[in-house]
Design a protein around this ligand. Structure first.
Ligand SMILES: Cc1ncc(C[n+]2csc(CCOP(=O)(O)OP(=O)(O)O)c2C)c(N)n1
Ligand code: SF4
Length: 286
């Protein structure tokens, strides 16, 4: 969607719902960056749908004054896909945790990447399950001690960037919740990208992950070198594989047709028509 030329403020996108995350949760940084990104785009609140699964991070739609859909654990992407296919004129932005994205939702993630659906997915990656109180997650490191890995995880963590690039995502970035300016730019560019934009964002959980803290990620991360060319997929893979340091920024971007372009997605934006359709479906399955 082309952004309207209207002056907006970050406050315009704050809902009246009290944010219930723990003090110090990294997700606050992602939320503030998102308010700024939406304001920068000049959107009306009716231009955007914020979609999530289940998790602490997935409470996101409550805190944003746009349309929203708080879905089912791991199913944010199929819900978002349906919204985008039936209302392509709306900007669909998806938020959730690393458990949501890479455990129960891993299959959906791979297929959303390969379809190249025109939406932006921000994974708030804290390398732990927050909402269910501290089990290890698909991005937890080997040796991570948690309620479900009391002697330390023996599994290698998933590399979200490698998975996204290999699966066909056309905008692949890594952010950090305590770098709000950079994160806002990544979200703005991800929203404006035509195709599936994946932003894996380090977002510490100070309550249940005492290893991957703000200081840990502050020390381990550094911006991608200025000479990195995001159009170079091989270079993007090399950078994504590097873990010392962990790079932040835009790793990979490719222009081209999105899924909606290929299937000729058309809006079903007629409210009466949509209502009739929903009633028909409810009648069919009740
Ligand atoms: C189908 C289903 N399975 C499991 C759960 C329990 N559950 C809720 S949130 C969650 C994981 C939360 O971790 P993550 O997705 O990383 O988000 P975070 O809370 O860390 O932001 C799990 C396993 C559920 N709600 N539904
Ligand atoms: S449990 Fe962790 S992820 Fe959940 S709100 Fe608290 S700090 Fe954030």
């Amino acid at each position: 969607m082309t952004a309207a030329v209207v002056e907006r403020k970050a406050e315009d996108f704050k809902s009246e719902v009290k944010v219930t995350w723990c003090p110090g949760c990294g997700d606050f940084g992602v939320l503030n960056a998102t308010y700024k990104a939406l304001a920068e785009q000049g959107y009306d609140t009716k231009d955007v749908v914020v979609v999530s699964g289940i998790g602490c991070s997935s409470r996101f739609p409550f805190f944003v004054s746009t349309y929203g859909f708080h879905g089912v654990h791991g199913r944010a992407l199929p819900i978002a896909t349906g919204i985008k296919m039936s209302r392509p004129e709306l900007e669909v932005v998806v938020f959730g945790g690393d458990g949501d994205a890479f455990a129960i939702g891993a299959g959906h993630f791979v297929h959303a990447c390969r379809r190249n659906i025109d939406m932006c997915y921000v994974i708030m990656d804290n390398a732990v399950y927050g909402l269910t109180k501290g089990q290890y997650s698909p991005t937890s490191h080997v040796g991570f001690v948690s309620k479900t890995t009391p002697t330390g995880s023996s599994e290698e963590g998933i590399n979200p960037l490698m998975l996204a690039i290999a699966s066909g995502a056309t905008y692949v970035a890594r952010g950090f919740s305590s770098k709000p300016k950079d994160l806002t730019k990544l979200i703005v560019d991800g929203i404006n990208h035509k195709g599936f934009a994946v932003i894996d964002c380090y977002s510490p959980c100070p309550t249940f992950n005492k290893v991957n803290t703000f200081n840990y990620w502050k020390d381990e991360t550094t911006p991608l070198p200025a000479e990195h060319d995001p159009r170079d997929r091989t270079a993007a893979i090399t950078m994504a594989l590097t873990d010392d340091p962990l790079y932040l920024g835009l790793f990979y971007q490719k222009e081209g047709d999105s899924f909606g372009d290929r299937v000729g997605a058309r809006s079903t934006g007629d409210a009466a028509q949509t209502q009739a359709l929903v009633e028909k479906l409810i009648a069919k399955y009740s």
